[in-house]
Design a protein around this ligand. Structure first.
Ligand code: SF4
Length: 266
């Protein structure tokens, strides 16, 4: 554990680390806050950086690490990253579940453990609700992916982004996931945010968002909701403790001015 001013256990906020592994994606969702797509250039963080991040996060007392893409499972080294991370800190990886087939599914199955959770995006009980923002045919492939995960006994949760399209049908989504044998505690809903490609939703920034330390190839950011310049804490990833300290100082300033209420968003 590092010195107390950079020890995350002193703060109720700094306990999640998000790692943007790549940015390219098999989908092009119209609400994607990361502006990911098949055409987005790969901005890979790489195994050496991920290992160092996991080690530093564990030493600082982070209790959870999240891996997000684009789509992380199009990376060849994502399994090694998840294996390394989940043997040190509780680890979650976000996926659209559409590419988890064949060799990829086999490789994931080999590294599953109680400390590794898969978070699958599902926005509807029907293709209409899900595909409205995520593209035609994506619901069907996501459901196939979910069933394959169930067949392999891989632990996962469902994440739904509430949109104008699916908002009237939230109870149907819950009935649907229960019909698949997925309990309520393994499903959560989050609102749409106006960032990246999204033209609708909540407007959130460093002044009203509880920080969740986020790293990509360009540096450290306040929150995974956006890696735009206005959310950047540092251009240097390492040492992670420097960015943790900057965030803690900014939180103290916010608390002293009492200027705004912070909200969670993940
Ligand atoms: S929201 Fe997720 S699945 Fe959709 S384009 Fe962005 S990273 Fe890919």
């Amino acid at each position: 554990m590092l010195a107390s001013q950079t020890d995350c256990s002193n703060s109720p906020f700094l306990w999640k680390l998000w790692i943007y592994t790549n940015y390219d994606c098999n989908l092009r969702c119209s609400y994607c806050v990361a502006k990911s797509s098949p055409n987005a250039p790969r901005r890979a963080l790489g195994m050496a950086n991920v290992k160092r991040l996991v080690d530093e996060a564990a030493a600082l007392g982070f209790s959870e690490i999240f891996f997000t893409g684009g789509e992380p499972f199009i990376l060849n080294d994502i399994y090694e990253m998840l294996d390394y991370s989940s043997h040190r800190v509780a680890t979650t990886v976000l996926t659209n579940a559409m590419v988890l087939r064949g060799t990829r599914l086999d490789r994931l199955t080999r590294i599953v453990n109680d400390n590794l959770l898969i978070q699958v995006s599902l926005d509807g009980a029907t293709p209409e609700d899900h595909d409205a923002y995520r593209g035609r045919g994506s619901w069907e492939k996501a459901i196939e992916g979910i069933k394959l995960l169930q067949e392999r006994d891989v632990r996962f949760k469902l994440s739904t982004t509430e949109t104008p399209e699916n908002s009237p049908h939230m109870s149907q989504i819950c009935e649907f996931h229960r019909s698949l044998g997925i309990p309520d505690e393994d499903h959560f809903v989050r609102p749409l945010a106006k960032r990246g490609y999204s033209k609708q939703g909540l407007e959130l920034d460093m002044t009203n968002l509880i920080p969740e330390v986020t790293v990509n190839v360009d540096g450290v950011f306040w929150h995974p909701l956006s890696t735009d310049r206005d959310m950047q804490i540092s251009r240097s990833i390492f040492p992670l403790s420097d960015s943790v300290q900057k965030i803690q100082e900014q939180l103290q300033t916010i608390a002293q001015t009492g200027s705004s209420a912070l909200t969670t968003f993940t």
